[in-house]
Design a protein around this ligand. Structure first.
Ligand code: SF4
Ligand code: SF4
Length: 95
């Protein structure tokens, strides 16, 4: 399942997207995030599954554009720390 954490406003779509079929809850993305916005929690998208998934902490979901901005320089070749840490390609960003 595709889990979208974020929001949309007049300036764009700001979502961190976790592919729960790829994410195994390993947690490698959590310590590399300088803003501390990621966590590993029960898979809320499949309560019957006995597994974990990465998620954006509740308190950051409405402001990730600002929380993530230090990680998003103009260099288009730069790979975001969270994306780089995930060996399963489970994280993408909408912006
Ligand atoms: S590093 Fe990837 S697989 Fe591991 S918890 Fe984060 S998103 Fe999931
Ligand atoms: S872009 Fe940076 S601040 Fe945003 S979730 Fe990834 S590592 Fe954290």
């Amino acid at each position: 399942m595709i889990a979208n954490f974020g929001y949309k406003d007049g300036s764009g779509d700001f979502y961190i997207i976790i592919d729960t079929d790829k994410c195994n809850g390993c947690g490698d993305c959590v310590p590399v995030c300088p803003a501390g916005i990621l966590e590993v929690r029960d898979n809320e998208y499949d309560p019957m599954a006995d597994d974990l998934m990465a998620a954006v902490k509740e308190e950051f979901r409405k402001k990730i554009k600002y929380s993530c901005s230090p990680c998003k320089p103009d260099n288009i070749d730069y790979t975001l720390p969270c994306v780089k840490a995930c060996q399963f390609d489970a994280i993408t960003h909408s912006w």
